[in-house]
Write a protein that binds this ligand. Structure first.
Ligand SMILES: Cc1cc2nc3c(=O)[nH]c(=O)nc-3n(C[C@H](O)[C@H](O)[C@H](O)COP(=O)(O)O)c2cc1C
Length: 367
């Protein structure tokens, strides 16, 4: 029987949408997308989350357009996908229009259904190339660049951006209108400025201005959505057509299924159980190994091992072994031990505030 504390609450009334969501020619099965989180949202995690249901579109980590054209092996790993990892947008960054055009064509030729252009990344490595959020500082050049990319391919081109460079330069509504005019198919807007980094609250009013600036393309609201209540506020206060969830999906990979169910029925359903979390960790690990091989798969897993240990409340001793996992055999042994010990008596998914994702911080110039 469903236990009352296991229901997701509160349950605000969901908005109603009359027609399905499309990004250009691509129809999305849900209005909840996975926002790219470089270092995490690789093929292994995407497939494992998709299996839980409710996900509309996933996006790769951002990849350098030039590195695609050079065929760099690390970049090719980021582009790795599987038939069960669809629909997928590949996110590219760069500032050279020729390279962006060629990269989009290259991706189209290999069957990628959507190319997303990153205009939001505040990290120095990206901004100093003139890409990421630096694109927002050169309006004419950036609109031209987008126009060229859109014209060079038939697949939808989308954009992900922040509200602007800083509070004095909230340029996203201006860009959104121009992007729509040159044929961009959808816009995802993280409701913070570049200067804000990841601090402060997401500015829903700013996202609303972007929604109001476009005529008919979908605007995807993004930032700090971790619950049904957050999603309800995002829809209600911004009028956005869809929502992208990043960090909230790492803490709760079931969030897409829950939000999609809430939107369609008013009821988000139940929270994930401790056993489901353990199974999820196992499937994620296997796919990391499938993707990168035993050695690098284990190294990738170490980055998320602490979260899993905390969310399962394995205790320190197991956590310390999990973060040093070096082979599938060792992983299996640890999982067996976690299973033997079983679910802690007072385990609750609500303790997950500890499930923290590190974000770039400190002086902007040091990012
Ligand atoms: C670790 C990390 C990596 C990120 N990598 C990307 C990226 O590759 N491309 C991108 O457009 N945004 C990236 N973002 C921004 C997220 O997609 C998202 O806009 C932001 O985290 C706000 O949404 P959230 O509160 O749901 O996480 C990253 C954010 C974090 C924390």
């Amino acid at each position: 029987m469903m236990n009352a504390t296991n229901a997701l609450d509160p349950r605000p009334l969901p908005p109603r949408f009359d027609s399905p969501l499309h990004f250009g020619s691509v129809r999305l099965a849900s209005r909840f997308n996975l926002a790219p989180l470089a270092g995490f949202t690789n093929v292994a995690l995407r497939r494992t989350i998709r299996e839980l249901g409710g996900l509309g579109l996933a996006t790769t980590d951002l990849v350098n357009a030039r590195a695609i054209l050079e065929g760099k092996s690390k970049t090719m790993e980021l582009l790795a996908t599987r038939p069960d990892d669809q629909p997928l947008a590949v996110q590219i960054f760069g500032s050279n229009a020729d390279e962006m055009v060629s990269a989009a064509q290259w991706l189209q030729d290999r069957g990628v259904p959507i190319v997303d252009i990153n205009m939001g990344c505040p990290v120095r490595k990206v901004v100093r190339t003139g890409g990421g959020s630096a694109l927002m500082c050169d309006p004419a050049g950036t609109v031209k660049l987008l126009e060229r990319v859109v014209r060079a391919v038939v697949i939808p081109i989308t954009v992900k951006m922040r509200l602007g460079w800083d509070d004095e330069n909230v340029t996203a509504p201006f860009f959104a209108r121009l992007f729509e005019e040159v044929g961009v198919a959808a816009i995802t807007i993280h409701g913070r400025t570049r200067e804000q980094g990841f601090s402060g609250k997401v500015n829903l009013e700013g996202i609303r201005r972007v929604v109001e600036a476009v005529r008919s393309i979908p605007v995807v609201g993004n930032g700090d959505v971790k619950s049904v209540a957050d999603a309800a506020a995002m829809f209600q206060k911004t009028g956005c057509h869809a929502i992208a969830v990043g960090r909230g999906a790492l803490a709760n990979p079931w969030i897409f299924r829950q939000l999609d169910s809430w939107l369609n029925t008013g009821d988000p359903g139940v929270r994930a159980s401790w056993n489901e979390r353990l199974d999820f960790m196992e499937r994620h690990f296997r796919r990391l190994v499938e993707w990168r091989g035993e050695h690098f798969g284990c190294l990738q897993f170490r980055r998320v091992a602490t979260w899993y240990a905390r969310s399962l409340r394995t205790g320190k001793a197991i956590q310390q072994r999990l973060v040093l996992v070096s082979s599938p055999a060792m992983f299996d042994e640890i999982v067996e031990e976690i299973r033997q010990r079983g679910e802690p008596a007072d385990w609750s998914e609500r303790d997950l505030s500890e499930y923290h994702v590190a974000v770039p911080s400190g002086p902007m110039s040091h990012w």
